[in-house]
Design a protein around this ligand. Structure first.
Ligand SMILES: Cc1cc2nc3c(=O)[nH]c(=O)nc-3n(C[C@H](O)[C@H](O)[C@H](O)COP(=O)(O)OP(=O)(O)OC[C@H]3O[C@@H](n4cnc5c(N)ncnc54)[C@H](O)[C@@H]3O)c2cc1C
Length: 425
């Protein structure tokens, strides 16, 4: 079976590795960018996805670069703690949660693809321009140079998987009337800053509410070994109501004074967010946007995966994690089912509604909802938290999100592996 993967991001690379592990190696990855560039800032990969990457034999490589985040706290905008819980193995999962530079994560995946599949199977500088399913069930695809628009190659396959992100060309061809992503009026500023470790040294904190928040965590083992922390921070601010979305460009640089002015009050005894912003070398700006869940990903020999299928607000570390899960489930179904069409149907049956629930929960702030409750009920702060919100209510919010996103501890630890292998492989 020949598989064409469109997009060499986290989802596309994870799919290539999942297919090879399942015994399918006639696989090509086509990436629009001129090289597999290790772009981005910090990203979280949750235990449900780390389980999959562990089963793809990548745990050592991830451990060498990412931080196994150990604990998490919600604070109000006034710096009052609302919730704290252990994360990853400290919480009892059999797999860690990693906070990692997106570029390093992509680097780990890309190197593994090159080792296991061969560098000649990764085609950078190949932007999908069009594709078509043939009456004999094959699919052809045409690729162009993104800048010059010149055709660079054409490929034929038994299955084409659109892993081409939130601006997916594959999705647009399948749903031409959909229009652009939906902005929620929140702008996100992101940076990394070298600083002293804070709290446990492997802590993640989330301060504020849906109107204004900072999410901060360290992302580098190399810095930790030197007694420092490479701290990833995300500062979000509700600036407008949609439409009028700013550019969706991961390399768009923000004005530091603007971010500092908005977050000057975010300076607390446990963490000085304003200082992190001031000391960052560069700050990137990106709007928080998603798309409505789709009615189908099942197009016979064509389907979608990751952000192409279900772009979501960056809440709860699920963008990359859900893409990795999609990849593993699609590879499993291609092994288990009698035909490609039935495998694609089974894949969408398992993953489409599951990820739609995460998209919808993230629109309602997912687990961050607890901060909005406190902000609403006690805008000037509180003497005693239990007079504002009960532990039970907080626990229910945290548990509900784990259930929706598929990482309840007991279920994840005990469910069967997704690993399978073709009998003939
Ligand atoms: C440059 C970049 C930086 C990012 N930085 C962060 C970050 O710092 N933090 C964070 O939480 N998330 C970041 N993300 C998003 C995050 O990686 C995804 O939300 C998540 O990992 C899901 O991955 P994905 O593979 O589905 O999509 P993506 O990671 O978006 O990957 C899609 C890939 O498809 C390629 N592509 C697009 N169109 C075509 C086409 N027509 N033909 C061929 N290839 C195509 C893109 O170049 C990209 O490599 C970033 C994404 C990108 C592309």
């Amino acid at each position: 079976m020949k598989v064409v993967i469109v997009g060499g991001g986290i989802g596309g690379m994870s799919l290539a590795l999942s297919l090879v592990a399942a015994g399918m190696d006639d696989v090509d990855v086509y990436e629009s960018a001129p090289g597999i560039r290790e772009l981005g800032v910090g990203i979280n990969v949750m235990p449900h996805a780390i389980r999959e990457l562990t089963e793809l034999d990548l745990l050592d490589q991830l451990s060498a670069v990412g931080i196994p985040t150990a604990d998490f706290s919600y604070f109000s905008r006034l710096g009052q703690r609302i919730w704290e819980e252990p994360l990853g193995m400290a919480a009892g999962y059999r797999w860690p949660q990693f906070s990692i530079h997106r570029g390093e994560l992509l680097g780990v995946l890309h190197r593994a693809v090159v080792d296991r599949l061969g560098g000649h199977r990764v085609h950078a500088g190949h932007h999908l321009s069009r594709f078509e399913q043939q009456p004999d069930h094959g699919v052809w695809a045409e690729f162009v140079d993104r800048e010059t628009k010149a055709v660079v190659s054409r490929a034929e396959a038994d299955l084409l998987v659109g892993c081409d992100g939130i601006h997916s060309v594959v999705r647009r061809a399948l749903f031409p009337a959909e229009g652009p992503p939906k902005w929620n009026g929140v702008v996100m500023w992101r940076g990394v800053t070298i600083a002293r470790p804070f709290l446990s040294g492997r802590s993640m904190v989330n301060i504020g509410s849906s109107r204004q928040r900072a999410v901060v965590y360290p992302i580098s083992t190399a810095h930790e070994e030197r007694g420092q922390a490479l701290i990833n921070w995300v500062a979000t601010l509700k600036v407008a109501s949609a439409p009028g979305m700013p550019a969706q460009d991961w390399t768009q640089v923000a004005r530091q004074e603007e971010v500092l002015a908005a977050f000057a009050s975010f300076s607390f005894d446990f963490l000085d967010v304003a200082a992190l912003i001031r000391d960052a070398e560069v700050i990137y700006q990106y709007p928080i946007a998603d798309r409505d869940p789709l009615v189908s990903w099942d197009f016979g020999r064509v389907t979608l995966l990751g952000d192409a299928a279900h772009p979501m607000h960056p809440v709860g570390g699920n963008g990359a994690s859900q893409a990795i899960l999609d990849a593993r489930v699609l590879a499993r179904e291609l092994v288990l089912r009698g035909s490609i069409e039935s495998a694609v149907g089974a894949y969408e049956g398992e993953r489409r509604r599951a990820t739609a629930a995460v998209v919808e929960s993230n629109r309602r702030a997912g687990p961050h909802r607890c901060q909005d409750l406190v902000e609403e009920r006690a805008p000037d702060g509180f003497e005693r938290l239990d007079e504002v919100v009960s532990q039970q209510e907080l626990q229910e919010i945290a548990d509900e999100y784990k259930q929706i996103a598929g990482f309840e501890i007991g279920k994840l630890n005990n469910r069967p592996s997704l690993s399978v292998r073709l009998a003939t492989a």
